[in-house]
Design a binder for this molecule. Structure first.
Ligand code: ADP
Ligand code: MG
Ligand code: MG
Length: 215
């Protein structure tokens, strides 16, 4: 694949939902160590609601079809905001809504547009959560992924693969960090030695994209 179409972005969302469901227990265990043990359940419920909303918009109930990137990602983000109670709902919701809004009207994304769209999405996470790099949040998976994506230039397969491995490394790198944002920050130094659950779900999201793009 050299360009991502709306259909391929739908596949990304579906593959993400399936993998989050498969790995929900793992995400919940990570959250049990430094949070309130609901990240897996939150993400599984949210992504299942997104898949349902996309299916409904495919004409099943007469809802308008999602024919642009903006429409698809706006639906995705709004569904996450309304179906996930935890912090991750509004954060990922902002990500998808801003990502979509940055590509208003477009029906395809190349590597450069994908980088721009992810930058916009991550700016949405920052606008919502006010965290910075190194605070042991999902941003510590997103930032290295953005950098890797940019560094690969035009090759969408290489770029998304690099972003996925950078996110996985970013997830591991949260382990020694002390959380200063979100629920995990209540633990202070006791948050050290555990992977951040949101960084782990971000790595799943980017792994799913790399696999969809690789075909
Ligand atoms: P809650 O903490 O409300 O139970 P979740 O467990 O679903 O919500 O999500 C927790 C994850 O959200 C954390 O692991 C972290 O990655 C992310 N997070 C929390 N607060 C912030 C923030 N201010 N900025 C970015 N990410 C955050
Ligand atoms: Mg939680
Ligand atoms: Mg919670």
């Amino acid at each position: 694949l050299s360009r991502l179409t709306v259909e391929e972005l739908k596949s990304w969302v579906r593959v993400t939902a399936a993998r989050i469901a498969e790995r929900a227990d793992e995400l919940t265990e990570l959250d049990a160590a430094i949070g309130d043990a609901d990240h897996g359940a939150n993400m599984r419920r949210g992504m299942a609601a997104v898949v349902k909303a996309i299916d409904a918009a495919n004409g099943v109930d007469g809802a308008p079809a999602l024919t642009t990137i903006d429409a698809l990602l706006k639906k995705t983000g709004m569904t996450l905001v309304s179906s996930v109670g935890g912090a991750s709902g509004p954060l990922y919701g902002s990500f998808f809504m801003r990502m979509g809004a940055s590509q208003a009207g477009a029906t395809e994304l190349g590597a450069t547009e994908l980088s721009d769209a992810f930058d916009a999405g991550v700016a949405g996470i920052v606008a919502r959560g006010k965290a910075r790099a190194g605070e042991k949040t999902m941003l510590d998976a997103w930032y290295p992924a953005l950098e890797a994506l940019r560094a690969q230039g035009d090759d969408l397969v290489a770029a998304t693969a690099a972003a996925a491995s950078a996110a996985a490394e970013g997830r591991e790198a949260t382990k020694p960090m002390i959380a200063t944002k979100g629920r995990a920050s209540y633990l202070g130094e006791r948050s050290q030695g555990h992977i951040d659950p949101g960084a782990a779900s971000t790595a799943i999201i980017l792994g799913a994209l790399a696999d969809v793009v690789a075909g």
